[in-house]
Unconditional design. Sequence first.
Length: 346
Amino acid sequence: MTGQSRPDRSPFLPYATRPFLFLSALCLLSSCAGVQSALDPAGAEADAVATLFWVMVAGGGLIWLLVVGLVIYASRLQKAPVAESTAGKVILFGGGIFPVVVLTALLSYAVWLMPAMRPWFGGEGEGLRRIEITAEQFWWRVRYLDSSGTVLRESANEVHMPVGERVLFLLKAKDVIHSFWIPSIGGKMDAIPGRTNELQLEATKPGSYRGACAEFCGTSHALMAFTVQAMEPAEFEDWLASDGTAQASDAGSTDRDPGLSAFLRNGCSACHAINGTPADGKIGPNLSAFGTRPTIAAGTLPNTTANLIRFIQYPDAIKPGVRMPGFSMLPRDEVASIADYLKGLE
């Protein structure tokens, strides 16, 4: 209307939306770091993957700026019509030659990086430390082998590996296809029933990292994680030599430890093994040194006594599809004694 000023319409976003966009950007950037980020590398292969990612981001960003610049020039700055010959050259070079050159350069760089991303030294892994990983619904069996294939130590849902040493992972699956992935250390590889896939990884920084199953494998696929402890070589050798034998007070004495007695009496040893005790089950996870593990149920819950009691009583409610039977009918004090005993295993 005449005589009335129009409200200022800024070409930019309203102020009210800016905090929301800023927080959204922070959330997105937070995924670039942490114990399960491929962009916060702690391994030789992950470092090569992160380098390739940032090179492609930089290349894509430059192309985006170029395209946006041309659009602004054509729509705002160029007043006269563009000649047909000029338009033809832009289409030829911008739509044909330039994309071919850029994509060829990126592909060549990726191929050049491949030896670092998935290296293969020592023939069939000869001379490398071997760790056998067997994926099951929905947990990981971890066995440390010597050069002859003898099991030195067995654990579950946690992987210990020395820093600065290439490790050969022997990947197997018991039921369906799974995928073994430690984003901070290296790329993923499938574990397939009936065959053994080999993956070599090298941790470059000590620390605690998180791995996961990267192939949908059933109801609790999202609850099938594992921890990775990258350790200095001497520390790793000390840990490996300890073999996880039960170290709780009177750990192997059923007449002195009511927790172990309840564990054996209620049939837990039919599935689980604890080194140094009569429990020698082969079906479920080995529970030796269970008290040192940061999580229970393959990364589902923090390893606390309260959470362990809940999982013993109602495993399927916490992890749908798990094959462990529930013990909700047991008296709570008996379940608590089992949980206390397991928490004391170091």
